[in-house]
Design a protein around this ligand. Structure first.
Ligand SMILES: C[S@@+](CC[C@H](N)C(=O)[O-])C[C@H]1O[C@@H](n2cnc3c(N)ncnc32)[C@H](O)[C@@H]1O
Length: 294
């Protein structure tokens, strides 16, 4: 099947394909069943993801780092709200942009979020492979799947991304690590890492994404580390980073308490401590950006 046929068929049927995945309610939040992913999939999380997108676009000075020229086909793996993908569709009107995720972005259910004509959503589980023909895209992007992708799957995932990339095209990965701080953040981060390790994942993978891309066969691998300033004293970006980090822990609160990993009182105490540490103005949050060529 040619890329154009593939595109037209999927563009036309994306609405029908966007069936909701199996969901479960846990601690008042909605989660997707049957995958390692530990963050919720609900309206509150979609708002956080959009907020985080604007924070990252500002902090990283744009939506991508790879040396793109005029891409004709772009894929966003684990596209979340579709915000990144639709902005890329607007920036590159000549390109077909595909967002791929377990759950459909809000625009698929008829919300007011604008959907550019050159954007299509495909629903699926990336752990079952990427459902696209070889050499389909000029740019394949994946951001913030650290708590969705088991350690054993990183190289395989990078291989899949390279498989669907055209020769000469680029693959870009972006991940955030844990934000190191004082006793409150350190303890919360230990719980976060424990929760991830129970599902075969680790925040340690964030700093290794360039190695994974190299092992998968990418050439000209480039790596950049950006340390986001954190807290009110660091200005608007710092305030956004502190809010986002606390919102991540708020989203797994019910999980930590229900699993007996932590009591409600201990959680509240740690969040209070973490809030003070985040606002001290002395912390930074490391993000890793890596890209490589096929
Ligand atoms: C933290 S969000 C990041 C979303 C987006 N990349 C961004 O930067 O805003 C992680 C996304 O991965 C998706 N996800 C988790 N596990 C997945 C899987 N096995 N296959 C496809 N998508 C998955 C979630 O539905 C969620 O949208």
């Amino acid at each position: 099947m040619s890329w154009v046929t593939f595109w037209r068929r999927n563009r036309a049927t994306a609405q029908q394909q966007a069936q909701p995945a199996g969901l479960r309610i846990f601690g008042g939040r909605r989660f997707v069943r049957g995958v390692p992913y530990i963050l919720p999939s609900d309206g509150e999380e979609l708002n956080r993801l959009d907020f985080q997108h604007y924070m990252l676009r500002y902090a990283l000075k744009g939506n991508f780092a790879a040396p793109l020229r005029q891409p004709h086909a772009i894929l966003d793996v684990a596209c979340g709200t579709g915000r990144w993908a639709t902005e890329m569709a607007t920036l590159f009107p000549q390109a077909n942009v595909v967002g791929f995720d377990l759950t459909p972005p809000p625009m698929e259910s008829g919300t007011t979020m604008a959907r550019p004509d050159n954007f299509a959503f495909i629903q699926g589980n990336m752990l079952e492979g990427l459902p696209f023909p070889d050499n389909s895209f000029d740019f394949v992007h994946q951001r913030l799947v650290i708590v969705a992708l088991p350690t054993t799957q990183w190289v395989r995932q990078a291989q899949q991304m390279l498989r669907v990339t055209r020769p000469g095209g680029w693959v870009e990965l972006v991940e955030g690590d844990l934000l190191p701080g004082g006793p409150g953040l350190t303890t919360l981060n230990q719980f976060g890492e424990q929760m991830s390790q129970k599902r075969g994942m680790s925040f340690g993978n964030a700093s290794r994404i360039d190695e994974y891309l190299r092992q998968a066969g990418a050439k000209q691998v480039h790596r950049q580390i950006v340390h986001l300033p954190v807290g009110q004293k660091a200005g608007r970006l710092g305030a956004m980073a502190a809010t986002d980090y606390l919102a991540i822990y708020a989203s797994v609160r019910g999980f930590l308490i229900n699993q007996g990993m932590i009591s409600e009182e201990q959680y509240n105490y740690l969040i209070g401590q973490a809030q003070a540490e985040l606002n001290s103005g002395a912390l930074t949050w490391p993000f890793y950006i890596t890209y490589g060529q096929k």
